[in-house]
Design a protein around this ligand. Sequence first.
Ligand code: ATP
Ligand code: MG
Length: 229
Amino acid sequence: SVTPTQVSLRLRNVTFAYSPQAQPALNAISLQVAAGEHVAILGRTGCGKSTLLQLLTRAWDPQQGELLLNDSPLSVLDEPTLRRAMSVVPQRVHLFSATLRDNLLLAAPGASDEALADVLMRTGLEKLLEDAGLNSWLGEGGRQLSGGELRRLAIARALLHDAPLMLLDEPTEGLDAATERQILDLLADVMRDKTLLMVTHRLRGLARFNQIIVMDNGQIIEQGNHAEL
Ligand code: ATP
Ligand code: MG
């Protein structure tokens, strides 16, 4: 089927527990995200933020309720369509034991070296490109990346994937304030007409978001825009 050009999301009363014995990680969550909206997800550690994003990638299925993408249940989308619809920056970024080029091409097979260099510049990884080059070997048996470089590599991948929906789990964790600002500016620009959900612990930059949700204990306890909260 056709990749959507715009993505709206809807969660209806979604409850999910990792096991029958566990407390639900998400407890009757309802949420509506219009196409093109930017949503920040806040809340203390363990409250269910990553779980929420993971359900949107269909890593897990809810025990109750449903998730809709453009008014279709997530469960009926075929896998390629689902993958093309979303770019994901996970909380724990995986570095493949491969060249820098191949670590990027995973997200965008066939992208030119110029396109890869461009996205590395835009994510502040020009030093990595200059020092090491696209042929440099990363990961096991090669160059290890700093936490901040790894996060920016994941953002570079997500930008190359160029999907109408982006899910980011603490993308600026461990970045200094200036780099964080550069990344937030870049995302605001690139994702202008696209849908973005970002988990963050940072209170800086929240005015950019259309919707802020605060979670606690698997539930949404506050919701609104920056002026309202
Ligand atoms: P943080 O800010 O620390 O990243 P979070 O809000 O992202 O926290 P989640 O990772 O969604 O929190 O976890 C929600 C709850 O589910 C926690 O109690 C956590 O221990 C539990 N949990 C998360 N992943 C798993 C898993 N794979 N198996 C079992 N329990 C899990
Ligand atoms: Mg998390």
